[in-house]
Design a binder for this molecule. Structure first.
Ligand SMILES: [Zn+2]
Length: 416
């Protein structure tokens, strides 16, 4: 419907028209999609075919829906579930991470007419002009770095451009926000070296998932702005995975960016039906019986199918998109518009009423417009801020590498 302007002569564009225009004009980036681990568990999924979230293993991302949703760039999360922190556990984690990197590169190679690997902000802006989807890679969980600093460079060379220092458990790098108790009191001594190496190489330091003490250690130590690839506001939903206003202010001061996570538990506490709770409890008991503590691909499939069955029968009561945009508003209020973005966590638990997959990304833009955000502000939120931080991280790395060259002792040759 066309809405007449106050002056009465020029009709204003509808919200959906303005949304479509903005998606055509601005670079849109989602910094956290867990497709690679999903693909690792089900290699038969074809990302060049359109799926729906209701379909079994349909997931929330494929190239068709990405295009439909006017989403230009994603960071595929190379996620390793944490197992034992032994030599063998670390070797397995590296193998799983590398396999996901290979799967992501293969997916791009198989779809080279519509997608390309991106390594820098310039790549994303260049690809956007050609209409190709930019596929970046970030690594969720520093667990595969094990205890070897050389691995940071190795992952950089394989294309990783951010590393989430921890996942849900403490690792060799530092303490997680959700482990039973802190082990290092923040970053470990090795974690300090890893952050410095990431600064030196130009890998963004991702503070999503880290313990508050780890966060403060990183903020004090880092020479470059940090990112939270998928975290929301603790003031609106008080969970350890979200960030307090004090932390948000510190990130703004550091020049970094927080990408609001579209995962229900981080947005709003919702009451669930007793039937659903009981069914989930039973599934948990049953699945630990089949898997004997180890989930092989067959057991994962069975678990997914049962979970989907429960969701169909007793749907989860979830918050809606507007409640996620309340987090955007809060972050903007506390940090300023320059420090906020979007990291959906699709295929990793993300998804709310009104935003079920990447094809629905325009709903975010429409809601932002309805709240009075201007096109320029939306450009910042949708990727401008993240790319500014990414450029800054690269600049800091260049400077650090230059100064270490300059400080290298010059070889003195004495001729007798
Ligand atoms: Zn995560």
């Amino acid at each position: 419907m066309m809405v007449a302007s106050l002056s009465g002569c020029r009709p204003q564009k509808s919200l959906s028209e303005r949304t479509a225009q903005i998606h055509n004009r601005v670079l849109t980036v989602d910094t956290h999609i867990d497709w690679p681990i999903k693909q690792f568990l089900n290699p038969d999924f074809d990302p060049s075919v359109r799926h729906t979230p209701e379909q079994f293993d349909g997931g929330q991302w494929d190239l068709i829906r990405m295009q439909e949703g006017g989403l230009d760039a994603v960071f595929m999360s190379i996620f390793t579930p944490q197992k034992k922190r032994t030599k063998q556990g670390h070797a397995q984690a590296q193998e799983i991470a590398l396999k996901q990197i290979e799967l992501t590169k293969k997916m791009v190679a198989d779809n080279s007419d519509t997608a390309a690997i991106a390594l820098t902000p310039e790549d994303a802006y260049r690809l956007e002009k050609t209409g190709k989807r930019a596929i970046f890679m970030g690594m969720e969980n520093g667990y595969p770095i094990a205890r070897d600093l050389n691995n940071v460079k190795l992952f950089f060379d394989w294309g990783i451009r951010y590393i989430t220092i921890t996942h849900s458990k403490n690792n060799e790098l530092g303490d997680s926000s959700t482990d039973q108790q802190p082990e290092w009191g923040g970053l470990s001594p090795f974690g300090f070296e890893v952050v410095q190496e990431m600064n030196r190489l130009g890998i963004m330091v991702d503070i999503s998932h880290v313990h508050d003490e780890t966060f403060w250690d990183i903020i004090k130590l880092t020479k470059a702005p940090v990112i939270a690839s998928h975290s929301s506001a603790r003031a609106l939903q008080n969970v350890p995975r979200n960030l307090s206003d004090e932390m948000l202010q510190a990130i703004a001061k550091n020049g970094g960016v927080v990408q609001v996570c579209l995962l229900d538990d981080f947005i709003k506490e919702m009451e669930q039906t007793p039937e659903r709770e009981a069914a989930l409890k039973q599934l948990k008991e049953e699945s630990s019986a089949w898997s004997n503590g180890k989930l092989n691909p067959e057991a994962v499939k069975k678990l997914q199918a049962k979970y989907q069955e429960i969701n169909a029968k007793y749907p989860k009561n979830r918050p809606n998109l507007t409640e996620a945009i309340d987090h955007v508003d809060h972050l903007v209020q506390v940090m300023g518009i320059e420090h906020v973005g979007i990291g959906s966590d699709f295929d990793g638990g993300g998804g709310l009423v009104g935003i079920e997959d990447v094809s629905q990304m325009p709903n975010i833009t429409t809601e932002l417009l309805a709240r009075g955000y201007t096109e320029d502000e939306i450009r910042q939120l949708w990727g401008g801020n993240l790319m500014r931080v990414f450029n800054e991280v690269i600049l800091v790395a260049t400077q650090l590498q230059k100064s270490s060259q300059a400080n290298k002792p010059t070889k003195v040759t004495v001729n007798f």
